[in-house]
Each structure stands twice: as C-alpha cells, then as structure tokens.
Design a protein around this ligand. Sequence first.
Ligand SMILES: *[C@@H]1O[C@H](CO)[C@@H](O)[C@H](O)[C@H]1NC(C)=O
Ligand SMILES: *[C@@H]1O[C@H](CO)[C@@H](O)[C@H](O)[C@H]1NC(C)=O
Ligand SMILES: *[C@@H]1O[C@H](CO)[C@@H](O)[C@H](O)[C@H]1NC(C)=O
Length: 317
Amino acid sequence: MAPFSSVFLGVWGVFVVILIKESTPVSWEEWWTYDGISGPAFWGLINPEWWLCNKGRRQSPVNLEPTQLLFDPNLQPLHLDKHRINGVLANTGHSVVFAVENDTRHPVNISGGPLSYRYQFHEIHLHFGADDRIGSEHTVDGHAFPAELQIFGFNSQLYNNFSDALHKAQGIVAVSLLLQLGDLSNPELRTFTQQLDKIKYGGQAMEIKRFGVRELLPDTKHYMTYDGSTTMPACHETTTWIILNKPIYITKQQLHALRQLMQGDEKQPNAPLANNFRPPQPLHHRPVRTNIDFNVQGPKNCPTMNRDIYYKANSWK
Ligand SMILES: *[C@@H]1O[C@H](CO)[C@@H](O)[C@H](O)[C@H]1NC(C)=O
Ligand SMILES: *[C@@H]1O[C@H](CO)[C@@H](O)[C@H](O)[C@H]1NC(C)=O
Ligand SMILES: *[C@@H]1O[C@H](CO)[C@@H](O)[C@H](O)[C@H]1NC(C)=O
C-alpha cells in the first residue's frame, strides 16, 4: 500500500507544481485586450473591480463635437515644466509607455488649464492604428486620427503616487495630443520611434535619458477639456482630460515602425499591438469646455472666418 500512495502523491505533487508555474505569469491585470471576448465591451464583465468600464456614465474617450464646445473665460493657460527627465520606454503588451524613473528628484509639474491642483508627470501612453484611418481614442466630429499620445500626471498636492491617485477624486490629469500624418515628425516623438526595434515584444523595456515632455506639445494655447476616465481597465472616473487644439505630426515611416510591435513575447508574439484604442463612449450630457473664444477670433460681421476656428480632423498640413 505504501509504495502506491507515495507514487500517487508524487503525481499530484508534479501536477500542482505545473499548475502554479503556469498560472503565476498570468495576472488579472493582463487579462484584457482591444478585441474579441476580452475587448472593451467586456472589460467590466471580466473583472468585478472593473465594473465602471461597463456601468460608468463619465467614461473616456469621447467624440468631440466642434459645434457643442462651451467657451469658458475662466480657463487658464496650461503649464508644463520644460526640464528634461529620465525614464523607461516599454512595450507593455497593451501600449507603448514611457514612464518617468521612480523617485525622480525633479518631477515635471503640470498645472493651470482647468486644473485646481498641481499634478506630477508620471507616464505617456501611445495608441495607434493598423492603418491611417484609425488609431486615436478621442475623435473629432466623428473622425479618428492615426495615433494619440496621452501625457498622464497625478495630483501631487493630495496624493502620494500615481497608483494611489488613480481611484481618488481629482486624481489624474491626461493631456492628449492627436497625431496627424505629416512629412516631418515632431522631433521629440522621434526619440521614441527610433528605438522601437528594442521593444518589439511585450515586456521589453529600455532606458531613455533626458526626455523633454514639453517638447512634444504643439504650438497652441487652445484646448478642450472635460471630466472622464482612464481609457484602460479599471476605467476609474478620476481623469481631467485636456485635448490640445492642434495635432502633432508623425511620418509614414514612424507609423510603420509602430505597426511592427507585437503584444506578446518572443516565443508567443500573439497579435500586433496596433489598434490599441478604446472606442468613444457616450458623453451623457457632460460639458466639453474650451478656451477658444470664437467671438474674438474674427470680426462678427465676417462669418466666413468663423469657419476656420473649429477643430477639424485632417485639416492641418
Ligand atoms: C518603478 O518601480 C516599480 C516597482 O518597483 C517597477 O515595476 C517599475 O518598472 C519602475 N519604473 C521605472 C520607470 O523604473
Ligand atoms: C514641482 O512641484 C514640486 C512639488 O511637488 C516642487 O517642489 C518643484 O519645485 C516644482 N518644480 C518646478 C520646476 O517648479
Ligand atoms: C502609493 O501610495 C500609497 C498610499 O500612500 C501606498 O500605500 C503605496 O504603497 C504607494 N505605492 C507605490 C507604488 O509607491
């Protein structure tokens, strides 16, 4: 009897060890995608902690309707510190993410705009399409852009760090830049796209020194702003969105390089990373405010000039 039961136990021992080995690398946090049965429509059902993704009524991204913008004279100019910082550029399997180094001594502050607090830059996310007609999360008048770059910060006056602020009131700011196809790229964006071969697979990361976050910004003081959520699970409704009223440029070659990135690791590359965007969510009567004063942009008796001040997709070159 004894030899039999020890053999039996031995088999179970191996079985349990295999189960643990197989299951540890797959955490809840990884269990979502941008398509199929783990895609955006199901995020709120996959994990009970992500319920806001399905139930929330102040979700992001949204479609921006140029004719529905509300001019708000109290909106301040947006401020972003201009000094450079070190960080890590990674392929997370969901996005291309640049994160500032931990415990940086000179944080890049984000303030002004619609913000009542000072925020501290934490990371940048890049969303992009498999072809030029799609890729951005926010759309303008129903039009998508080939990519969108989102600069995230956390409220450093109320909270200790980004992960803490994610689920707290007034926790997060996201400054969004829509990327338009052009012949000449934004120079700072090139810092990312030059190195993509080093982060081809999910989980790969590389150091980036002296990155200038503010260098990414287009030359405009005009923006649109609304209260929404993060666009990835858990979809916390703690994000103040600021969408700048001019795109920055990305070249065909840079988009091509982005489209070579894969979600999985070298052994199991899975699908390309491209098309990593959440579709627009209903506004549910939220106002979208702007600091563009339509009335001072052109003489009132010359209505044809007013046409040019609306944010239009595909209209800069
Ligand atoms: C910061 O620390 C966390 C946890 O120790 C680590 O996972 C992360 O990769 C670090 N980030 C950077 C940018 O070094
Ligand atoms: C950014 O904010 C911190 C406090 O969070 C402050 O110590 C620092 O001086 C600010 N940086 C700049 C460049 O103003
Ligand atoms: C963030 O701050 C919270 C609250 O102070 C703390 O419990 C947590 O350990 C911090 N997380 C990181 C990654 O530093």
